[in-house]
Design a protein around this ligand. Structure first.
Ligand code: AMP
Length: 214
């Protein structure tokens, strides 16, 4: 099962990804996570990506495509994968299709999660992430039991550098102008499912399962 999670920042892609990979046993590939790991480890790739990420802009296509396709060649992707945050431009989608075709594969389903801008802003600005295990919280409507501390592992909670109000606005704009055209791209391919991302995470997941099958 080769899947893509599409949707604006804050739509809940990361949260749903955790549940999808658990149920369907496929690897979760988040280009954003790969970049953040590189930034943490101080690699050259991390330094390059950070320049763009801090402003809420997209990392250049060729760099992202190289990272994503290299990851897709790893053994754990043989029987399927869940792409989260890639592709983000029509160019990336075309490159992905070329790559998959070359390897006798295709995209099976694109899950397009939609949420209104106001709700996205609230979710992102109030989001906190555990430095140790990556669990996410919302200081307004899903706070941890103890401020700044992860309920799951006791790790320290932090705010992502690109979750500030200004950067979030830019990320949503970038999504609308550069990533939204992908909806039409996959509409034409006939493999997109539209999911309302504002109905609560369990309901969103149930909808996804009804699309993918048990
Ligand atoms: P995410 O964690 O998916 O929200 O990604 C965080 C940031 O990483 C984005 O705002 C971009 O700067 C960069 N990024 C992640 N995936 C891509 C991609 N497919 N194309 C370009 N930039 C990306």
């Amino acid at each position: 099962m080769n899947l893509i999670l599409l949707g604006p920042p804050g739509a809940g892609k990361g949260t749903q990804a955790v549940k999808i990979v658990e149920k369907y046993h496929i690897p979760h590939i988040s280009t954003g996570d790969i970049f953040r790991a590189n930034i943490k480890n101080g690699t050259e790739l991390g330094k390059k990506a950070k320049e763009y990420m801090d402003k809420g802009e997209l990392v250049p296509d060729d760099l992202v495509c190289e990272i994503a396709t290299t990851r897709l060649l790893e053994d754990d992707c043989t029987d399927g994968f869940l792409l989260d945050g890639f592709p983000r431009t029509v160019y990336q989608a075309e490159k992905l299709d070329e790559f998959l075709e070359k390897h006798g594969k295709k995209v099976d389903k694109v899950l397009d999660i939609a949420v209104e801008k106001e709700e996205l802003m609230q979710r992102l600005i109030n989001r906190r992430v555990c430095k140790a295990c990556g669990a996410t919280y919302n200081v307004k409507n899903m706070p941890p039991a103890k401020e700044g501390v992860c309920d799951k592992c006791g790790g320290e909670l932090m705010q992502r550098a690109d979750d500030t109000k200004e950067t979030v606005e830019n990320r949503i704009e970038v999504y609308n102008s550069q990533t939204m055209p992908l909806v039409e791209y996959y509409e034409k391919a006939g493999n997109i499912a539209h999911i309302d991302g504002a109905i609560g995470l369990e309901n969103v997941f149930n909808h996804i399962v009804s699309v993918l099958g048990e």
